[in-house]
Design a protein around this ligand. Structure first.
Ligand code: HEM
Length: 445
C-alpha cells in the first residue's frame, strides 16, 4: 500500500487566500498550478515574490550566482532575537568566516566520532516508548533534542539545563510564524515580535551559560571532545581567529534551531510513511534488526533501503519546505522583469512534487531511488551551493539510527492521516498519532 495522498491541489488563489492558507494550513491546499509551473509571481503592495521551480533558475540563484541572491533579511528578521548574527542569517565575509570554522566540525570523520552519542540517544528514545497510541512527532522532537545536547554539549535531555533549554526552545517556536510567510505577507513579522523576543531572551540566557561554562572547561583543559569544543577551538584557516563568546552563542542557537526541529520532522514523517506503507516498513525492519544487533558507524552503509526511505520522505515532506533569497539587482527570469528587492522563493516542497519532473509525484515510493537519479535541482531538502546545509551528513546518519532503532523495536499502524503544516519546519497540524506494538522489549534500565 502507498500512503493516501496527503495534499489536495486546489485551483488558483488570491493573495488574500494565500495569506489565510499560510496562517492555517499552507501545505495541504496549495494551488494546483504551482506543482506544474516553472515560475509563479506573487504581488504585495510593497514587494514582489517569485517562486522558481525551474532547474536553471534554481541553479543560478543557489549555485552559480549566490552572491547576487543573499539571504533575505525580510525572512530572517523574525528569527533575529534568537539567532543574532548566526551563520544562518549572515551574508558576505562574516558568513564565509563562520562557515570556515563550522564546516570542519561536521565532516564525515566527525560524524563517525559522534555516532556513539547518536546511538545512545536512539536507545534512550526506544526505552521511553510504550505500547499504545503515540504522537511520534512529539517523541521525535524529544529524541532529536537529546541528540543535539549529547553531540554538542555532552549532556542528555534529562539534564536540568538541557531540559530548560528544550522547554524554552519550544516556547520560542510557538511564537514563530509559518516558514516563509514574511516573503509573501508584508506585515506578518511585526505582530509576533514581542512574544518572540521574550522567549528568545530566555533561551539565549540558557545558551550563554552553556557557552561560558564550556569556555572555562576549555581553558582548564578539561573540555569533552564534542562538537561545542571542536567549534570553539577551531581557528578560521584564513584569519586564525576563533569564535568570540558572543559569536559562539549565536551559532549554538542555530544548531538547536536548524539541527533539531528539522531532524524531528524527518523522523516523524518517515515513521508515518512506513506505517502507511507496511511493506516498506518490513524491508526497513530486516535491515534495522541486523543493524541494531551490532550497531556501528560502518553498518549505516549497509542499510540502502533505510537510506532510500529517508530520501523519499525528504522528497515528500522536506523539513524546510521553502527558503528565500533576495534579488540585489534587476534580473530577467523567464522573460519577466524581476526588480531589485524582490523575494525569490525556492521550494523543496514544490520541487519534490513537481509533475513535470517526477513520476507519480505524490506516491511514497522509495524504490524510485534505485531506478533513477533525480535531477539535482529538483531535490533540495538540504539546499545546494555554498549555503548547503552543513549538517546534512549528520542528519542522514541521525535519521538512519533513530529510524532503525524504532522500526527494529516496534510495529506501528496508522490511526489517522496527518495534515502537513509549515511552521519553522513541516509539522503535522494535530501531531502524527500511530498505534505502537512492541516487537522487541527495549532495555528500560
Ligand atoms: C533533516 C534534517 C535537516 C534538514 C532537512 C536541513 C535543511 C537545511 C536547509 C534547506 C538549509 C538552507 C536554508 C536556507 O538557505 O535558508 C539548511 C541550513 C543550515 N542547516 Fe540544516 N537541515 C537539517 C539538519 C541540520 C543539522 C542536524 C544541523 C546542525 C547540527 C544543521 C545546520 C544548519 C545550518 C547551520 C544551516 C545554515 C547554513 C548557511 O546558511 O550557510 N542542519 N539546513
Amino acid at each position: 500500500m502507498i500512503p493516501p495522498k496527503p495534499v489536495s491541489r486546489s485551483g488558483r488563489v488570491s493573495l488574500w487566500r494565500y495569506w489565510r492558507m499560510f496562517r492555517d494550513d499552507i501545505l495541504s491546499a496549495q494551488p494546483a498550478h504551482l506543482y506544474r509551473a516553472k515560475m509563479a509571481e506573487f504581488r504585495t503592495p510593497f514587494f514582489r515574490s517569485y517562486l522558481v521551480n525551474e532547474p536553471t533558475l534554481v541553479r543560478q540563484v543557489l549555485v552559480e550566482r549566490p552572491e547576487d541572491f543573499p539571504k533575505s533579511e525580510r525572512v530572517t528578521r523574525g528569527l533575529a532575537p534568537l539567532l543574532g548574527q548566526s551563520v544562518f542569517v549572515t551574508n558576505g565575509a562574516t558568513w564565509a568566516h563562520q562557515r570556515r570554522i563550522i564546516d570542519p566540525a561536521f565532516e564525515g570523520g566527525r560524524v563517525k566520532d559522534i555516532f556513539p552519542a547518536m546511538l545512545q540517544a536512539a536507545q534512550a528514545m526506544v526505552a521511553r516508548v510504550s505500547e499504545g497510541e503515540l504522537d511520534v512527532e512529539e517523541m521525535a522532537s524529544h529524541a532529536t533534542a537529546d541528540v543535539i545536547f549529547r553531540t554538542l554539549f555532552s549532556r542528555t535531555i534529562e539534564d536540568e539545563v538541557a531540559r530548560q533549554t528544550y522547554d524554552a526552545f519550544r516556547r520560542f517556536q510557538r511564537t514563530q510564524p509559518v516558514a516563509v510567510g514574511a516573503a509573501l505577507i508584508p506585515w506578518l513579522p511585526v505582530r509576533l515580535k514581542r512574544e518572540a523576543r521574550d522567549a528568545a531572551a530566555r533561551l539565549r540566557d540558557l545558551i550563554t551559560n552553556l557557552v561560558v561554562e564550556r569556555q572555562r572547561l576549555i581553558q582548564a583543559g578539561q573540555a569533552p571532545d564534542d562538537l561545542a569544543t571542536k567549534i570553539m577551538t577551531t581557528p578560521d584557516p584564513e584569519t586564525g581567529e576563533v569564535f568570540s563568546e558572543q559569536e559562539m552563542i549565536d551559532q549554538v542557537a542555530i544548531f538547536f534551531l536548524a539541527g533539531h526541529e528539522t531532524s524531528a520532522s524527518l523522523l516523524g514523517w518517515a515513521l508515518w510513511c512506513l506505517a502507511a506503507a507496511p511493506e516498506w516498513g518490513d524491508r526497513v525492519r530486516d535491515e534495522a534488526t541486523s543493524f541494531m544487533a551490532a550497531p556501528d558507524f560502518s553498518g549505516l552503509s549497509r542499510m540502502p533501503v533505510t537510506r532510500n526511505v529517508l530520501r523519499e520522505t525528504l522528497r515528500l515532506y522536506p523539513p524546510v519546505p521553502m527558503f528565500v533569497r533576495e534579488a540585489t539587482r534587476s534580473e530577467t527570469f523567464r522573460k519577466r522583469d524581476v526588480r531589485a528587492g524582490a523575494q525569490v522563493v525556492i521550494s523543496p516542497w514544490h520541487l519534490g512534487r513537481h509533475e513535470a519532473h517526477w513520476e507519480n509525484p505524490d506516491v511514497f515510493d522509495p524504490g524510485r531511488w534505485e531506478r533513477k537519479k533525480p535531477e539535482r535541482e529538483m531535490y533540495l531538502p538540504f539546499s545546494a551551493g555554498p549555503r548547503v546545509c552543513p549538517g546534512a551528513g549528520f542528519a542522514m546518519a541521525e535519521g538512519a539510527v533513530l529510524l532503525a532503532a524504532m522500526i527494529a523495536a516496534f510495529r506501528m499502524d496508522v490511526l489517522e492521516t496527518p495534515v502537513p503544516v509549515a511552521h519553522l519546519t513541516v509539522r503535522a497540524r494535530d501531531g502524527i498519532r500511530l498505534r505502537v506494538r512492541v516487537l522487541r522489549e527495549p532495555n528500560r534500565t
